[in-house]
Write a protein that binds this ligand. Structure first.
Ligand code: ZN
Length: 81
């Protein structure tokens, strides 16, 4: 059985339903935002403005990236001023 087939095992998804997701940090931003991936079902999440986790969509990832660019831009301006 391949690794891919194992991760698609429905039991693992049931495990998430019963015990919750097992989050691992996928990416962390300088804005303190983080993206997570569940090591069981491979679903990806990010923190919203309330610090709660929600499903990571391409739109949310883009917001995270834009916010980080803005944050870095602000910091470089502050340092040179
Ligand atoms: Zn999960």
């Amino acid at each position: 059985m391949s690794i891919e087939a194992q991760t698609r095992n429905p039991f693992k998804r049931l495990h998430c339903k019963l015990f919750g997701h097992k989050y691992t940090v996928l990416r962390s931003y300088q804005t303190n935002k983080k993206e997570y991936e569940c090591s069981h079902c491979k679903k990806q999440f990010t923190e919203n403005d309330y610090g709660e986790l929600e499903t990571l969509t391409p739109k949310l990832r883009r917001i995270n990236e834009v916010m980080e660019k803005f944050y870095i831009f602000k910091n470089t301006r502050r340092q040179s001023a």
